[in-house]
Design a protein around this ligand. Structure first.
Ligand SMILES: [Cu+2]
Length: 720
C-alpha cells in the first residue's frame, strides 16, 4: 500500500510530471550501483529523523485556516487583521555573535504557539548583519540546539572552510568561529543553515537572516539608507502550520509571511523608499508587483548594483534570490499601496505556479498556488527630514568578464532522476548530469585564477534556481531570449527554466584549498536536500615559474623577504601579499620579474602589525594569469641575524640581519671543530647577504659575525 501510494504520488507529483520508466532505462548499471549506495547512506545517516514530506501526518481533507482564506486573495482585510511588519535588529562592527536556539512564536492569535528555531533574540529570522567592505569579520556561531546545524553565508566570497556548507557542521553545544575579509560588493546577502538533508527543515523552522554589505561606491550614491525607515529589509516565505499550529515542512505553505509576519502592513514615508527583498522560501517564486500596477526600479541584483535603475512593474524572485528595489512615494502621503505576488501569471514551469488546493498531492496542496496574494500593505506617512525624492539616473559601472578569457566550459544538465534512485522520503527528484550529491565526491577541480563558463541545461520537468557558492557570476546568454537589463549585473542565483540553457561566467580568483569544497545546487531546498547538489574545489594553479625557496624575517624595522626562482618563462611580476591570519591577504608591493634567480623585497609597513605576519607571492604571467606561492609565516628575528634555508642542500644560504649597520662586518663560517672554512666581508648598509656553500661538505657549521661590538654565532647544516 505504501509503495503503491509512493508510485502514485510520483506519477502525479505536479512539479515533475515524470514518466518513471522513461529515465530508468538510461541509467547505467554503474550509476545505479553508485546511487543505491548513496540511498543506503542517506537512509543510514538520516534514519527517520528527516521530517521532509511527512505525507503520513498530513490530513488530505482538513480545512487549513479557512478563516484566513481571504488573505490569499488580493484585497483589503478588516483593519484588526493587519499586523505591523517586524524589522529585524541589526548587528554591525567586526565581531558578530550569533546564538542558535529553540524558541516559540505566536503566529496567530489563538491556539498553541509555534515551535521555531532562531538566531539571538528574535522569535523568527535572525538579526540583519551589516558588513563594511574591506573589514575582517569574526563570527561566533553558538549552536544551542539539541541538533547539528551549519550557517552558510549566501553569496559571500570567502575561504571554503568558512563557507558553512555541509562540510562545516556545528555540533550541538559548540561554537564555530569563521573569519574572513569582506570583499563583496555592496548588496543584500543572507545566511541560513546548509546541513545536508536538513536545509529545508531548518530554514522552514525559522533559521535565516539578511546580510547588508556597504562599500564606498554605494555609500556615495543618493540612495535611501536609513534601516527600517526608508531602507526596508523584506524576507519573503510561506509556511504551512498544522492544526496544532506547528510547522509542517512541505514545499509550499498556506501562510504568506513578510519578515515572519502574517497580514503585514508598514508605515513608510512619502519619498523614495528602498526594499531589500529576499525570496527565503523553500520552493515558491514570487512575481512581485504593486496593487495599482505602478512601476518600481530595480537597483541591485543578488551581488551588486546594476549600472542604472531598471523600471519594471513585475519582478519574479526565485528561492535564494535577492533584489533591491526603489519605490517613489513622493507626494502620496496618506495613500495606501500593497505589495502583491502576482503568481497567477507565473509561467507554468515556475515553482508556485502549480494549481493550489485542488492538487491531489498532499505535499503540494496549498492555498497560494497559481494565484495572486497580498504580501505587505504600505501606509504612506509624511516624508522624513532630508528625504530622498528622486531615483538616481546611474549607479555604478560594472565590468564584464571577457568570455575569451574562459579556459573551461562546463555543462551541467538537469534531468529527472528515476524514482528508485531518489531518497526514500521523496517521490521524485532531479539531479545534475545523472548524479545525486555525494559528500565524498568532488565534481569539479577548478584552477585558482581560472575564468570558467558554466552552461546550465534544464532538461528536467520544472524550472530550477541554480546557485554557485564562492563566486558571483554574470549571465552570458539565455536560450529563450535576450538577458533582461535587470539580470545584467552580478548574480549568484539564476532561474533556469524548463527546456532552457543559461550560460554564466565567473572568475575563481583565489582561496585555493584542495580539501574543502564549495557547493553548487538548486536553491529549492527540497531539491537540494534530495541530492540536486554538487561540489567543487579551487586548487592552486600551476606556477609559471619554480620557486626554489621563499623565506623572510621580521627585523626591528621591517620585513625582509627573499626568494629564489628558476625556470621563469612567461613570468611578468611578483606581487607580494601580506596577511595577519594566513587566510585573507592584501597587496604589500610588487617586484618585476627580471630573469634573475634571487629576489628580495622589503616590507616597511609590516612592523606596525602585531603578532604573526604571513606572506605569499602572487606570480603573474605576461598573459595576466596568476598563481600563488606557498604561504610563509614570518617570525621576528630573535638574534642579530637569521639563516635560511637551513638545512641547506646546495647553492647558497641567505642571511637577514636584524639591524642595518652603516659599517662593514666580518663574516666567517667554521666547521664543528672551529676551523674557518669561509671568510667574507659584508658591506655597509646591507640587510641581507648570501654565501655560496657549494664547496662545503655534509655536516654542521657555524656562521660567526663580528661587527666590532660583539660576536654572534648561529648553527647551520649542509645536507646533501
Ligand atoms: Cu530545483
Amino acid at each position: 500500500m505504501k509503495i503503491l501510494s509512493i508510485i502514485l504520488l510520483a506519477s502525479i507529483f505536479s512539479f515533475t510530471v515524470v514518466r518513471i520508466s522513461h529515465n530508468a532505462s538510461s541509467v547505467t548499471e554503474n550509476a545505479k550501483q553508485e546511487l543505491l549506495q548513496y540511498k543506503q547512506k542517506y537512509a543510514l545517516s538520516c534514519g527517520n529523523s528527516t521530517s521532509n514530506f511527512s505525507f503520513a501526518d498530513y490530513n488530505f481533507f482538513a480545512p487549513i485556516f479557512q478563516a484566513r482564506d481571504n488573505y490569499r486573495l488580493p484585497g483589503a482585510l478588516p483593519e484588526e487583521e493587519y499586523n505591523t511588519l517586524w524589522i529585524p535588529d541589526t548587528l554591525s562592527g567586526t565581531t558578530f555573535n550569533l546564538r542558535i536556539h529553540d524558541t516559540a512564536k505566536q503566529y496567530i492569535g489563538t491556539g498553541p504557539s509555534t515551535k521555531m528555531l532562531s538566531f539571538n533574540n528574535s522569535a523568527t529570522l535572525g538579526p540583519t548583519l551589516i558588513f563594511k567592505k574591506g573589514t575582517t569579520v569574526q563570527m561566533n556561531v553558538k549552536n544551542d540546539l539539541a541538533e547539528e546545524t551549519t550557517v552558510h553565508w549566501h553569496g559571500i566570497h570567502l575561504p571554503a572552510v568558512m563557507d558553512g556548507g555541509p562540510h562545516q557542521p556545528v555540533p550541538a553545544g559548540t561554537t564555530w568561529r569563521p573569519t574572513w575579509t569582506v570583499n563583496n560588493n555592496a548588496a543584500t546577502y543572507w545566511y541560513h543553515p546548509h546541513l545536508h538533508m536538513k536545509t529545508a527543515e531548518q530554514i522552514a523552522k525559522g533559521l535565516s537572516g539578511l546580510i547588508i554589505i556597504r562599500d564606498e561606491i554605494e555609500s556615495a550614491l543618493k540612495l535611501p539608507r536609513t534601516y527600517g525607515v526608508d531602507d526596508i529589509p523584506l524576507i519573503l516565505n510561506d509556511k504551512r502550520l498544522k492544526s496544532n499550529n506547528q510547522i509542517e515542512v512541505v514545499p509550499y505553505g498556506d501562510t504568506m509571511l513578510a519578515n515572519g509576519v502574517l497580514h503585514a502592513q508598514f508605515n513608510v514615508p512619502a519619498q523614495v523608499v528602498r526594499f531589500r527583498v529576499l525570496d527565503g522560501a523553500g520552493d515558491r517564486c514570487y512575481n512581485i508587483g504593486f496593487s495599482d500596477n505602478r512601476s518600481f526600479s530595480v537597483i541591485s541584483s543578488d551581488a551588486g548594483l546594476l549600472d542604472k535603475p531598471v523600471p519594471v512593474t513585475r519582478y519574479i524572485l526565485s528561492a535564494g534570490e535577492r533584489v533591491e528595489i526603489l519605490l517613489n512615494l513622493t507626494g502620496q502621503q496618506s495613500q495606501q499601496v500593497t505589495l502583491r505576488a502576482f503568481n497567477s501569471t507565473l509561467p507554468k514551469d515556475y515553482p508556485g505556479a502549480e494549481p493550489d488546493d485542488n492538487s491531489t498531492v498532499p505535499g503540494l496542496r496549498n492555498r497560494l498556488g497559481d494565484r495572486d496574494f497580498d504580501i505587505l500593505r504600505l501606509n504612506i506617512d509624511p516624508p522624513t527630514a532630508n528625504a530622498i525624492t528622486a531615483i538616481p539616473s546611474s549607479l555604478t559601472v560594472n565590468a564584464n568578464i571577457d568570455s575569451t578569457e574562459a579556459s573551461v566550459t562546463r555543462t551541467i544538465e538537469m534531468t529527472q532522476a528515476s524514482v528508485e534512485v531518489c531518497p526514500p522520503t521523496v517521490p521524485t527528484c532531479a539531479w545534475f548530469n545523472g548524479k545525486l550529491y555525494d559528500m565524498d565526491r568532488i565534481d569539479y577541480e577548478i584552477e585558482e585564477g581560472a575564468t570558467e563558463i558554466w552552461q546550465l541545461v534544464n532538461n528536467s520537468a520544472s524550472a530550477h534556481p541554480f546557485h554557485i557558492h564562492d563566486i558571483s557570476f554574470k549571465l552570458l546568454s539565455k536560450s529563450d531570449g535576450p538577458i533582461p537589463e535587470y539580470e545584467k549585473g552580478w548574480k549568484d542565483v539564476i532561474m533556469v527554466r524548463k527546456g532552457v540553457t543559461v550560460r554564466v561566467i565567473a572568475k575563481f580568483a583565489d582561496y585555493a584549498d584542495e580539501i574543502h569544497p564549495y557547493m553548487y545546487h538548486c536553491h529549492i531546498s527540497f531539491h537540494e536536500d534530495a541530492g540536486m547538489m554538487g561540489q567543487f574545489v579551487v586548487k592552486p594553479a600551476i606556477l609559471p615559474v619554480t620557486i626554489v625557496s621563499f623565506a623572510g624575517a621580521l627585523t626591528d624595522k621591517n620585513v625582509m623577504l627573499l626568494w629564489k626562482a628558476e625556470n621563469e618563462l612567461n613570468t611578468k611580476m611578483y606581487s607580494v601579499e601580506r596577511s595577519t591570519d594566513g587566510i585573507n591577504f592584501s597587496a604589500a608591493g610588487t617586484v618585476n620579474a627580471a630573469g634573475k634567480l634571487n629576489y628580495s623585497f622589503t616590507d616597511k609597513n609590516a612592523v606596525t602589525l602585531s603578532g604573526k605576519v604571513y606572506y605569499r607571492l602572487k606570480i603573474i604571467d605576461k598573459d595576466g594569469k596568476y598563481a600563488y606561492s606557498k604561504i610563509i609565516n614570518v617570525k621576528r628575528i630573535e638574534n642579530s641575524f637569521v639563516i635560511f634555508p637551513n638545512p641547506v642542500a646546495k647553492g647558497s644560504v641567505n642571511i637577514i640581519f636584524n639591524e642595518v649597520r652603516n659599517y662593514s662586518m666580518q663574516l666567517k663560517a667554521t666547521d664543528a671543530k672551529g676551523k674557518v672554512v669561509l671568510s667574507q666581508v659584508v658591506p655597509a648598509n646591507a640587510q641581507n647577504f648570501s654565501i655560496d656553500i657549494n664547496t662545503l661538505k655534509n655536516g654542521m657549521y657555524f656562521l660567526v659575525i663580528s661587527d666590532g661590538k660583539g660576536v654572534n654565532r648561529q648553527k647551520f647544516q649542509v645536507l646533501r
